[in-house]
Design a protein around this ligand. Structure first.
Ligand code: PHE
Length: 341
């Protein structure tokens, strides 16, 4: 046989073999191709090797060199195909590998869930929604008008001390109007009343900020739920009923509410509301009848309408419900704590 014919045969064989290995999609088709091309007894490479004997003697050396070369090419194709099939990848021909072993244990995806505080917020919205309160939102960066002035908090009031608030220095410089992170959700009372004529029946839930040192019961950021109801002839009895229904719904058993006299610049009279807890009373939050000065500041007529407001700590409610003893647990982002809710 002439050398050129033999070399052509080798080349055709190599192309055919490489194509076969590249399109093998699983261990079975790979093995079949292996037997066909490089099988020890009747593989086609073996046959080609035998065919070398028919090449003219003078050309045998050149034929042998070429034979070794295509053997290396085919071996490399087998190696690549073996690795690809073992790792479950798609074949070079683009067909998806059909390796699926249903007996292997699965990989369970880790499912997250809402943060306990978010869960509490959703539940509180739900309860108050059933009492006819809709949800209002307000900004966390506030001006002094909404955080203090319209709430009847004068400039010499200790609550306005820069050391008791997170003032934002950059904002102050840009337009001369001091801005701060809101220290209470009562800001939203003002924002809603400024934009809505009475009657009003809203709650607002969100973050508030105070520069407190973190300990078991304090954190520089926490959440409040604010309630506001304005209508004709609203009384403290309405306030007490709403708080009692609210606490009873949240804690799931009959809860009594007790009022202790207190002071807030934006309510008159003002109370600390406690709720019964076994034989104890625990502090629930601040509340009172909206001060006439506040009603006037938003353009309401205090002779026409009256109303109540309350502000409660959301973390405290959530901690009570679940027996959490340290507020810092909520904000450590430790899934071992969080996944329990
Ligand atoms: N804003 C008050 C506080 O943060 C709570 C409060 C709200 C009191 C509404 C009375 C009425 O302490």
């Amino acid at each position: 046989m002439a050398l050129v014919d033999f070399l052509q045969q080798l080349e055709d064989l190599a192309v055919e073999a490489v194509t076969a290995f590249e399109s093998a999609t699983d261990a079975d088709s790979l093995e079949a191709a292996r037997v066909e091309f490089v099988g020890a007894k009747s593989g086609r490479l073996k046959a080609a090797q035998k065919g070398m004997g028919a090449v003219d003697k003078a050309d045998r050396r050149a034929a042998g060199i070429q034979f070794n070369e295509i053997k290396t090419r085919i071996d490399a194709a087998i190696q690549a195909a073996t690795e690809r099939v073992a790792s479950g990848g798609a074949s070079a021909a683009g067909k998806p590998a059909e390796i699926f072993d249903p007996t292997l244990p699965g990989q369970r995806p880790r499912l997250g869930h809402l943060h306990p505080i978010t869960q509490t917020i959703e539940e509180l919205k739900d309860i108050m929604g059933r009492l006819g309160f809709s949800v209002a939102d307000g900004p966390e960066i506030e001006d002094e008008h909404h955080n203090f002035e319209a709430l009847n908090i004068p400039s010499d009031h200790p609550a306005r001390d820069p050391l008791e608030n997170f003032y934002i220095a950059a904002a102050q410089k840009s337009n001369g109007k001091p801005l701060l992170l809101r220290s209470q959700t009562s800001t939203v009372q003002i924002r809603v009343m400024e934009n809505t004529p009475p009657p009003v029946r809203i709650i607002s839930l969100g973050r508030v900020y105070r520069p407190d040192t973190a300990d078991a019961t304090h954190y520089p950021m926490f959440h409040q739920i604010e309630g506001l109801l304005i209508d004709k002839q609203v009384t403290m009895a309405d306030l007490k009923s709403v708080l009692r229904l609210f606490a009873t719904s949240y804690l799931g058993h009959d809860v009594h509410i007790r009022f202790r006299p207190s002071f807030f610049p934006f309510t008159e009279p003002s109370v600390e509301a406690d709720m019964s807890w076994g034989d104890d009373w625990i502090e629930f939050g601040g509340a009172g009848m909206v001060d006439p000065n506040v009603l006037r500041a938003v353009g309401y007529d205090p002779e026409e309408v009256s109303g109540f407001a309350f502000g409660l700590g959301i973390e405290r409610l959530c901690m009570r419900r679940h027996g959490v003893t340290d507020i810092r647990e909520f904000y450590k982002n430790d899934v071992r704590f969080l996944h329990q809710f």
